[in-house]
Design a protein around this ligand. Sequence first.
Ligand SMILES: O=c1ccn([C@@H]2O[C@H](COP(=O)(O)O)[C@@H](O)[C@H]2O)c(=O)[nH]1
Length: 240
Amino acid sequence: MTREEAIKKIIFAMDVKEFSDVQYWAELLSQHVGMFKVGKQLYTACGPAAVRMIQKCGGEVFLDLKYHDIPNTVAMAALEAANLGVQLCDLHAMGGYEMMNKTMETLDKNFSGCTARPKVLAITVLTSSNEETLRGIGIDLPVPEMVVKLAKLAKSAGVDGVVASPQEVGLIREACGKDFLVVTPGVRPSFASADDQKRIMTPAEAVKAGSDYLVIGRPIAAAQSPAEAAQKIVDEIVAG
Ligand SMILES: O=c1ccn([C@@H]2O[C@H](COP(=O)(O)O)[C@@H](O)[C@H]2O)c(=O)[nH]1
């Protein structure tokens, strides 16, 4: 894999709260990552202005708001995400078939032909969860089984791909095919700590397993030199 290909695979999780930080990170990492993820913290603090600032700096955006609500509410929220011109957005597969299918139908109807609609991802089992977490909410399946079950449900509802741990990429590919997107947080390079992530792999392992994109936040943001940390991750992927 070339450096350019490796860079394109990295989505930086811009988990910050100040509007002034958005331009700083977008400019600092523009040559080192392929996309920027706006999640609940930044969007709650700064709203669509954060997305627009990243776009103004030339960056692509994954709007990670993990919608989970009644079908109509999620479909309308996803439509607004699409209207922001983001490349990726997401919803919870646990919201069920009807919620996911209504969202995809609504997006397809409103984005037929003219402009590209964002790819929609379904969250399977959060990478901070393990079997114990699932048991705590009344789910007795092993994590990989639950992930594959939700990935198949998402695919049947017309969703473009899933968010899962790199540990499950192989099983998802077997069940859903090679064209189904698999985006993986829970990525930890050799120099970083796991933090609250429970199902982790290194960047090289994640790419080898077949992840389309790796979401990485704190290992880059908390490093002494974030740009160097991102470069090291690219090195790890290229070498792997
Ligand atoms: O299952 C999931 C879904 C989303 N995330 C998000 O990815 C980043 C990971 O950040 P790190 O600092 O690299 O741990 C974060 O924004 C999460 O909200 C996830 O971790 N797991």
